[in-house]
Design a protein around this ligand. Sequence first.
Ligand code: ADP
Ligand code: MG
Length: 684
Amino acid sequence: MSCMIEKKLTNDVCFVKGIGPRKAKMLEKMNIHTLADVLETYPRDYEDRTHITPISELIEGEKMAVRAVVATQPNVRHIRKGMDITKCTVYDDTGTLEIVYFNNKYTAAQLKRGTEYLFYGRVQIYGRQFSMLSPVHEKCEENSKGRIVPVYPLTAGISQQDFQRLSDAALSCKISENADPIPKNILEKYDLPPLNRAIYQIHRPENIHQVSKARRRIMFEELFLLCCGLNQMKQHRHHEQGLIFQNVNLDDFWKMIEFKPTNAQLRAVNDCVKDVQSSKPMNRLIQGDVGSGKTLVAAALCMLAVKNGYQAAVMAPTEILANQHEQSLSPIFAKLGIETVLLTGSMGVKAKREALEKIEQGYAKVVIGTHALIQKGVNFAKLGAVVADEQHRFGVNQRAMLREKGEHPHTLVMSATPIPRTLALIMYGDLDVSIIDELPPNRTPVETYAVGEKMRKRIIAFMEKQIEDGGQVYVVCPLIEEGESDLELKSAEEYAQKLAKVLPHRRIGVLHGRMKPSEKDSVMQMFASGKMDILVATTVIEVGVNVPNASLMVVEDANRFGLSQLHQLRGRVGRGKRKSYCIFFGADKGMVARQRLGVLTQTNDGFEVARADLAQRGPGDFFGNRQHGLPTLKNVDVIADIQAMEQARYEAETLLESDPELEHYPVLKKRIERMFNAAGGTFN
Ligand code: ADP
Ligand code: MG
């Protein structure tokens, strides 16, 4: 690629005529700095002005294009201050049409009597007369056909015309054929247009067919880059020498478990057993719905590590969860003579120092903790296995940091946010996947209701009844974000006070993100031990918390949460023998809210919920880009584009088999690096 061309696309948007510093600043809000960024901002829609409709066939309410001659000189009328209206009549062979502009006499004044123009706008009917309000117009050249006009996503202060001008400038930079990251043979195989053509056609299509072809190519490219990158990450890891665990007999461990593991749990444990015996480091994702018993699989892996003379570390996203894991697992390990140590940020200096010493000297065989585990100063004697629980709360980098505490330890990540298999294979392309698709026996599904304000009294009475029967209640209010107080979000504390007025004889506690970890912990302890009837909380209780006696979950403003998050919240109840219920408020907040919440009343299956969530939000949102550190798919519909995903994955795999380091594909290599680095992950 010649550097002249490079330079042009890397030019700042200010270079374009009509784009001054003020507009450039507005564009920055859309993350547009250079002409190259402009090229990557695709139209969100198109106006089809190629299809010319005879005036007699216009349809009221539609946006349509007509070719017509101006019959009368535009006539401006001043209606009142700041309001004038310009009208003229135009005709074609089939009839007449009135053209109307408000406050736009200059545009209207360009129309010349006797000249033919192409008008494009929304058709209206006044009396029996067709009219078009503020249409765009352009002069007809000899047999001019009209165009497909792109409609760009905009931000305040930037008009469609500005963007047209920007994209015109960007498109005038020549894109070299060699700049295409997709190899030619793949383009041919799937009938995809080359990069330069696709870019041109998505911005300036001659017909709608070109748009769909260009889109298909751009989507494929995105998937292909993603798959190549993930595949490489996986390959790099596979070249590492893994620890080989010889002793994989878990009989004594199973004897200590008070319940019979489900088949799905056994399968997942077996997958781990196979991994740790191979010579490659295990890198496995366990996907299982809320309450499916993933912790047991983590425990089994810890056991394998310890049996083979290594330490194991389990990292949880919250202190509450870390504590809880420690409390449920340490007694089991203790019976087998294995010492478990807790490490969290809120521990006292002395306790922490003691824990750190035990970890460093190797007395602590199983270490359970929070992010504190990946801090500097935490040194393991011999770390052989790591587990990241509720991994969607951690970024790729944090997982890597935990891994680096040992030398290529076996890694298990666990997630209760299941996604369709194809997508899992792509998004977690660097991981092997086990799925726990079975819940422990005797669980009755949580009965779920989506309700509106009208039901409030009855719900309060229902809370009372649950407590009367010996159960406990969670209430979740939305997070209070700074500057959001004007939205009248009910803060947890205010809410608890109000609730205390209605249920004065009940013990009500509050848990929110601003509390110190030790405070959170003691509240949680009170609730878990039954010394509290109602826990009013923000979403800090979303992940993993286990209080089997809790039988009712009430979520306020549920319409503001993602479906998967609501499903997680629902998973806090129904964990014991009590018949459990979940109430989502917010069903009266419009049709969309009602429909979304309706999904949850209809299914208890986390996979189905995730699918609906994905369909509604798209994967970027779904994962929360910053958290997982993987690129977001901007142009892919993950539900509809399954076939393209599979093709891209297959091609990426095939290509990397023949050229693992992409030595013959420097452009592709560079683009992959850019994509992953932009996502904030470390690409290695
Ligand atoms: P999650 O997959 O959401 O992390 P947990 O591991 O916390 O689920 O398990 C949820 C509850 O189910 C815990 O109380 C656990 O002791 C219990 N449990 C796990 N496996 C079984 C099983 N096979 N039979 C009965 N109870 C089980
Ligand atoms: Mg869990």
